[in-house]
Design a protein around this ligand. Sequence first.
Ligand SMILES: [Zn+2]
Length: 128
Amino acid sequence: MQTVVPFVIAYLILVGLFLGSFINLAADRIPRGESVVRPASHCRTCGRRLNWVDLLPVAGYLIRGGRCASCRTPIGLAAPVIEATSGLLLAIPLVWLGLLWGALAGIALVALWGAAVVAYAVRRGVSA
Ligand SMILES: [Zn+2]
């Protein structure tokens, strides 16, 4: 049973990273009054639809050198930082509090983080 725990923790950290990816999308679209479901993620400059490499949290940013793979428009450091923060907000309570309470606290922290990021984006208004 104990041997499974590291895998569950790794999985939950991955969930945190992908939630960070969704937070970015929501922070980009909600201030514009756009749907967070459709259309699929795409580059705002050239319209290229993002593929699975682009959508990997943090890693996608690093693989693409922080730019769109087609038009080379910079993505902005906020995206991977928001993703990494979401992963850490799940990882830290898991290590600190253990699986059950850590996962609950981590999900709550990521939810608060997401709400804060989206609220900030709405307050700041549409940019670039
Ligand atoms: Zn592009």
